[in-house]
Design a protein around this ligand. Sequence first.
Ligand code: NAP
Length: 528
Amino acid sequence: MSSLTGKHLIDGEWIATESGFKSHNPTNNTENETSFSHGNVDLMDQAAQAAANCAETFASLPVKARADFIRTIADEIDARGDAITEIGQAETALPASRLEGERGRTVGQLRFFAEWIEEGSWLGARIDTALPDRAPLPRPDIRVSNKALGPVAVFGASNFPLAFSTAGGDTASALAAGCPVVVKAHSAHPGTTELVAQAIDAAIKTCNFPSGVFSMIQGGDQSVGQAIVKHPAIKAVGFTGSLAGGRALFDIAASRPDPIPFYGELGSNNPVFLMPSIMSEKADAIAEGWAASLTMGVGQFCTNPGIIVGLKGTELDSFKTKAISILKDIAPQAMLTDRIAAAYANTTKALAGDNRLTCLLSTQDTNNPFCATPAIFEIDYAGWKANSDLSEEIFGPAAFIVECDNLEQMEELSANLIGQLTTTIQMNGEDTEAARNLMPHLERNSGRVLVNGFPTGVEVCHAMVHGGPYPASTDSRSTSVGSKAIERFVRPVCYQNMPDDLLPEALKNANPLGIQRLIDGVWGTNAL
Ligand code: NAP
């Protein structure tokens, strides 16, 4: 059931193309066995056309049928669990426990969306009934509900081979919204991608859904990814990856004759503010928590806490001593790809020799070009303020500690942050007033503000926001995690004086879905 073919899944067919590539095992720097076909623009065109051909049918299916389909995908992924973990380890060097946890999150996320679409409020149903006797003008009957955007292209992320990839959050939310999906696989984990695509293919067949609902095309040269963003059948894009890659594709989406939404989650360095009172209480404990968060998954999380902001003094000195004592002993660990490891090594080596900074811990040399160790740099606030280039994300276990002279400098720093996925305040009750001064800036500059935790570990729930002002994401109004993610792939359609027969289910007088609707300004589930 779970053997690899090296093929693409296009409109229900497993298709091979001639030229092949192999994925790399970062743990021992060897090639994995299976040869994968390269994607090309023709196959991508077939996938997009197939998605367009079934888009209306898929969007119009009863919500229950779509929810069952999404649950079936989750079951099929679970059925392939061991094989997915095995190939995942060989392609990413992530430990089995992490891959199993990520699979649990992926199938949990699928089931979460299935339940959410059955609940119905994502349809945004609102009804303003006609007021024929209103003077001076009567009001017509006006109703609105959300409708699927159409085919969505999804770029799998390198750092979450399951939860932000083939059947990850973008795919789950797009399918839940009723949008067919074309996945452009990440070239670092083609085997993991194929097994998950096999699971989705099996679910399509079990549920007797149109084959164009999901296609997967393996990596090729960048023309494939660019062509899919340009393709007229594609109506939105979900992307997680680098600022450079995401920005290039965003610009393509925006310069189409018919520009489309591009939801890119691009990067963040997630500042952590250490407030004075809590630092006098538990600087060492905070340092321990931070070191663990910074190095989890070799720092390859978009929520990695890469900037510490504290007040000069003995507490911050103690924090640094404790953190370095832990971080210096962390053994080299393999990163996801040689490209990511090389970028990390080059950046941290350059920073270690940069006379604007003090290097508190430099990366160790290892025999494996995939491997990395933590790196920590210190700078005072004046230096930080004068060197905006230091605010760029470093993907890996590296961080800056910025020393401020006073709370005013801390606040000024918070006000001048570039867009972030998260910001964190370490505080106790006595820090409340100082923290209050930071709040307007953190709210403006980040998608999620945390207190006394660390930003790694993003809960999949209704209230989550995993997004933020640019460059954290390309649309600060959206999230790629949690039930609100579905809003990216729907748009409101308004119906004026429409006969009941022609209205979508969500707006019919009898309320056959039994969902909450805003009727003449009052929420309720009543029929009209
Ligand atoms: P990436 O280089 O941006 O690649 C992501 C996806 O986009 C891949 O499928 C890639 O295709 C495609 N792509 C990138 N640039 C493209 C372009 N100009 N035209 C067409 N397609 C393009 O990201 P990555 O490989 O995952 O990691 C590289 C860096 O991204 C990391 O060092 C890190 O800085 C950042 N990153 C950030 C996050 C985050 O959560 N924000 C996550 C992962 C990585 P190929 O597979 O064919 O290359």
